[in-house]
Design a protein around this ligand. Structure first.
Ligand SMILES: Nc1nc2c(c(=O)[nH]1)N[C@H]1C(S)=C(S)[C@@H](COP(=O)(O)O)O[C@H]1N2
Ligand SMILES: [Mo]
Length: 409
């Protein structure tokens, strides 16, 4: 790629108008994210860089962590421009599709085997599923005492339609030994230090999860190539677990005879106390357990919180509910802070790990300020708590009921 050196570029950028800047954001700026390279506040926004909706909320820009407000998650299938971004490192700068390969290796693989992108697409049957990806830290902002990390509110979750092949089919093609217990992933993103010997993140899943039908290695999202920021050209998708196991920019998989010990597998990353602790407690790492299934949860996506409606009018509400178990069996709403609950209409899932849509028509007894609360229950019988659940040092797994404000006037 032909890029001016950074001093020339900065001098040039100073003079350029916003309009001509936008025209210039071709391939080269999109991939170029070294700190200080692009003047802050001019083109350093997720709309320009990644084509995101302008109302997404930036939680961090080094690395990029961006969430969606609840009302922008109203689509049944989340479009790319409204999908949250969670990066631990820097987005790969060069993607060469012709030379991209995926290698399966590890002490519990029968052999080491490397596939080209073309071979993978040709050899393995294609599946498409709608799959929820929710960051383990979604909802962290509500914990008290506060937990460090991105202060996600409710929007670090998406449900896109992913197309690819089954991880299971790949593992069977390579052959895995009877002692295999875990599959770890390896990715092409760059460590924040730019040290190419360091992995950004290399998490994984137990073999049983790897063998599930819906655990995919995806090459398309919503019917197109996966956007770069979401893992182009190849991404692991293991929905139902924290999204940190769904490795983007996938280059290799390790079939392990033990729990994978890659970057961010060890506590306190993506781990919670094995036994409940008092808020604010110091928890030694040996008392922490790796998060597996995500809890039952729901989100009200319509109306936008703060809606004002005329007295005597009823209000249509809607949203989505999901679980790391099999399915959502019930969604209810309350307009009196949980004193009484009423059923919502609930649709069946498109497939396991797709979110399920719910809606209801709400009437309010008199004028005034209300909160509409939603509460989902899954097939394991678990329901969302009304308050922030079990405090944990890193602020994971907050599945408290979502609520929106409505004024009847
Ligand atoms: N290679 C790689 N994969 C990754 C990450 C990352 O930083 N690098 N972040 C993980 C985390 S913590 C989350 S929540 C999801 C976010 O996916 P998204 O950015 O496509 O929404 O990607 C996961 N996969
Ligand atoms: Mo995450």
């Amino acid at each position: 790629m032909n890029q001016p050196n950074s001093r020339d570029r900065r001098a040039f950028l100073k003079k350029a108008s916003l309009g001509s800047m936008a025209a210039l954001i071709g391939a080269d700026i999109v991939y170029a994210l070294p700190s200080g390279y692009i003047p802050l506040g001019i083109v350093n926004d997720p709309q320009t860089l990644f084509g995101k909706h302008k109302d997404l909320i930036v939680r961090n820009n080094q690395p990029w962590n961006v969430e969606s407000p609840a009302h922008l998650l109203d689509d049944r299938i989340t479009p790319a421009d409204k999908m949250f971004i969670r990066n631990n490192g820097l987005i790969p700068e060069k993607i060469d599709l012709d030379s991209w390969t995926l290698t399966v290796k590890g002490e519990s693989a029968n052999q080491e085997k490397t596939y080209s992108l073309a071979a993978l697409k040709r050899q393995f049957a294609q599946y498409t599923y709608q799959l929820v990806l929710e960051c383990g830290g979604n909802g962290r902002a509500e914990y008290y005492p506060p937990a460090e990390g991105n202060q996600w509110e409710v929007g670090a979750v998406s449900c896109a339609e992913w197309t690819g092949f089954r991880l299971k089919d790949l593992l069977l093609d390579v052959g895995i030994n009877a002692n295999a217990v875990y599959v770890g992933y390896h990715s092409a993103d760059l460590h924040l230090s730019r040290d190419t010997n360091k992995e950004v993140i290399s998490r994984g899943i137990p073999i049983a999860k790897a063998m599930e039908n819906e655990t995919l290695i995806a090459y398309q999202m919503n019917g197109k190539d996966i956007p770069l920021v979401h893992g182009h050209p190849l991404r692991l998708i293991a929905s139902g677990f924290p999204a940190s196991v769904s490795g983007k920019w996938l280059t290799a998989l390790s079939v392990r005879d033990r729990v994978h010990d890659g970057e961010k597998m060890a506590a306190p990353s993506y781990s919670i106390p094995c036994e409940p602790v008092q808020p604010g407690d110091d928890v030694p790492n040996e008392n922490m357990c790796i998060i597996e299934k995500m809890p039952v949860k729901s989100l009200l996506t319509y109306p936008k919180s703060g809606a004002i409606i005329p007295e005597k009018n009823s209000l249509g509400i809607r949203g989505h509910a999901w679980t790391g178990e099999n399915s959502i069996t019930k969604v209810e709403y309350s307009v009196d802070f949980g004193a009484t609950w009423y059923p919502c209409q609930l649709e069946k899932a498109a497939n396991r790990f797709a979110w399920q849509h719910f809606n209801a028509t709400v009437s309010f007894p008199k004028k005034g300020y209300y909160e509409v609360w939603a509460r989902a229950t899954d097939n394991s019988g678990k329901t969302q708590p009304m308050l922030t659940p079990g405090w944990n040092p890193k602020g994971y797994l907050n599945n408290a009921c979502h609520r929106i404000a409505v004024k009847v006037s």
